[in-house]
Design a protein around this ligand. Sequence first.
Ligand code: C5P
Length: 223
Amino acid sequence: LQPKPLAGRRVVVTAGPTFEAIDPVRGITNLSSGKMGFAIARAAREAGADVTLVAGPVHQPTPRGVGRVDVQSAREMLDATVAAAAQADVFVATAAVADWRPSAPSRDKIKKTEGGAPPQLAFTENPDILKTIAQGERARSGRLFCVGFAAESRDLAANAQAKRERKGVPLLVGNIGPATFGRDDNELLLVDAQGTRPLPRASKRDLARTLVAEIASRLPRTA
Ligand code: C5P
């Protein structure tokens, strides 16, 4: 019997969108379904890893054996991810984190007044979770292998390579083609320092297995 490729390893995955409050009943989010991240968490667990899945607001069942932390905002996702990544060997950032949040969410529901002007929203940039973790001591000392995702609408290979370097991660996964959100299949492009390699269209479940095997093959040997 072959030992499972991620046995004894801790993996952290972020998945889904974030939700940034405008007031107690309104907010800003995006169309990420969380399917890719949940599939990766499941595949990592099947490969023997101890998996923590940090999930934004999604409607996905928790994969069997996976520890799940539900969060709303990017800042909550950052805190949960930093805590989990402190012990981890692998971090996979699939979440579609909101780039901005309303600067001053209202404590009370914003009321519509007859003839009144619509509210004006000011925005603040959210923390970059992947970049924060990739720049941390654990990643920089080679104990934490970080993987990013990219959804680019044009020049995927070039943009993904630039993004990989900007984020400071050894492996970045590009979504090929538009509108992967909510679909059960996908087509990916692996981007590392050596170059690019496409993973042809397949179910997110199968792609997740391939990606997990790929990550496992890149980890430093354990003593
Ligand atoms: O810069 P961009 O959002 O295109 O980068 C995408 C990658 O960075 C994904 O892996 C995503 O999960 C991660 N990311 C993040 N925190 C952000 C923005 C993106 O972790 N605030």
